[in-house]
Design a protein around this ligand. Sequence first.
Ligand code: GLU
Ligand code: ZN
Length: 466
Amino acid sequence: MQERVRFAPSPTGYLHVGGARTALFNWLYARKTGGKFILRIEDTDLERSTEESVNAILEGMKWLGMDWDEGPFYQTERMDIYKKYIEQLLESGAAYKCYCTTEELDAMREKLKEEGKKPQYDGRCRNRTEFPEDKPFVVRLRIPEGAVTFNDLIKGSITVNNAEIDDFILARSDGSPTYNFTVVVDDYLMGMTKIIRGDDHVNNTPKQIHIYNALGWKVPDFAHVPMILGSDKTRLSKRHGATSVMAYYEMGYLHEAMLNYLLRLSWSYGDKEIFSIDEMQELFTIDNIGRSPGVFNPDKLLWLNAHYIKEKNDEDLAELVFPFLRKIVSEDNKIEREALIKLMPHLKDRGKLLTEIAEMAQPYFVKAEELVYDEAGFEKFVVAGKEYLEELISEIKELDELNEKTLTPVFENILKKFNIKFLKIAQALRVSFTGKTFSPGIFEVMEFLGKEEVIKRVQAALNKIS
Ligand code: GLU
Ligand code: ZN
């Protein structure tokens, strides 16, 4: 049997870290088993669902590279289907119309509370024989006696007494179906074999099983994944940092790092920390999902990101850095692809984020006049080094090209002549070239910039002194 699993977000906000992890587990399960991964947008809450949010979710899925095989299906386009099954349940008697008014229900609950009972619907319309034509009604499921038991693939066996579940609403008075109902209808019709979702839904599962039973449908397997907590062990929220997946893209994270991080957050394979996407797809099992909540740890995510940045080849990394660099290099400057690639080996060990690498690369793609000098560095190295920088320019003018071989004797001369250490002139040059006190090896930078640009930048820095 081919496995079929789904991710079923409600489009009421961006793609959340927790949602992305749920999607990841489903996606990996489908890829691991050669099954299908279905995307379903649960947009029946018209007040809270937005198209913007649908787009944000799709964008997040695409960035993470979680491709779906079917969908996206939209529940709002399936209203006729839900209606049909509501009718069917009414006909079979598994559901019934409830005409109780809000006042009646309030009074009923009050009374139950006073009697020390659970304030749930008491089923008073179950055996109604009159059906007033002009009065609004909701449709409720007739919950049988007994109990429901299911074997959660993560949490183990769960039993809920039916007395705990009231005859809950399947369709509201305007005819619109409720969440539990649409989920069951879709999961069944879309052929889901396993429901892997956050354990905030575990309380819905017994209700949903009652709906499956009422319709005579086979109940799928459930796997409820423990939630994600922040460092203070409370539910992950904005207080703990960004919770939107795309915010991590904007901060300069790689999708591989994000996926690896989300995977390890509540799943393990011995002590292994680093999983390529191929490995994830090969090794993933529901059995290895942990039972306790994962604690979000931004340092670990950053560590993984640094790892994946180092692992990229220069071409791919340049490609990834480009959009971030483009944002901080003014428009009239061209960013040569080849030049950016050449810079990568010198930057990839220094930046943990694509944005950091872009920032380090920025000075090499702007004009000398656009450089922003680190003030302290400028004083300490450029102002102090005026004389030997001038000397260096005049000597470099005589060279045909700049590389370690041609530059070494020039530097040796200057060090001797001014009796200084290499670091001093190197720092003075770094600040002149980039505005910053750190850069790749100074000969490499000079070779990268070329003679003309080196002279221009040192001259521009010297001109700033007065
Ligand atoms: N739409 C639900 C949510 O976003 C998920 C439903 C489900 O996975 O069963 O929380
Ligand atoms: Zn009623």
